[in-house]
Design a protein around this ligand. Sequence first.
Ligand code: URA
Length: 281
Amino acid sequence: MSEVSEMDAARALLRWHLEMGVDETVAPAPADFYAWQAPQTGGQSANAPARRGAAPRLDAVKAEAQAVPAAPAAPETVSTDEAIRAAETAAAACDSFEALDAAVKAFEGCPLKAGAKNTVFTDGVPGSDLLVIGEAPGRDEDRLGKPFVGRAGQLLDRMLAAIGRARTENVLISNVIFWRPPANRTPTALETAVCRPFVDRLIELTGPKAVLIAGGAPLQALLGVTGIMRARGVWREIETASGARFPALPTYHPAFLLRQPAGKRLAWADLQSLDQKLKGR
Ligand code: URA
């Protein structure tokens, strides 16, 4: 192989890793996280990572590479229907926000969880009259375990501040997906269907006066409507699993506004409409 084609091959391999969602180096050698033993009683096993997503020590990785059988058993697979039913059962059993938060973090039915560092459920004040629902965690959110903390999140904070809202005081923020999709791809319909019972229960338990739907993906997931350009600024209702209805306003996703600042004028009109609704006008 010539030097140039080796470079091409290396670039192609890097591109492939990026497409698969591998965009961070956590250790100098590959490690099979499925093959790690669960911690022994009385503490962590010597070579288990200290916590989900933590970088394993190099000596532990080498020892593990020698010890691990060549073809470890595939992780147990669960059908999407079973996963949706498990999510429905788990969500329905929750009678408080705290119980729901724990149930989401304990849920193993969404395959995206295997590739994520953290479960990203909510940030802000549960019980606020405003609930913002976005698409899915990105890299910053996955790392910190909180929704909307990257650049788009900072713009969202400024947009909310313009109508007197802050996540430390009077807004709750979540997504239709709680684990980062590989390479930040749009969540699939099956992934959103698995998370939906928890989103519904979040809405029911926190009882917002209005839900701000940020972007086309949550618009599709929550209302079954496509086309954020036409749908934004028009009040609709989200119907949860139990049949409860909540006013919902679709608007542009802040990441879209970062790319298309001309859309901010319309987003501002949406925020004013939201503010009026929350003030009961
Ligand atoms: N985009 C989203 O839709 N949600 C986040 O939490 C971050 C970015």
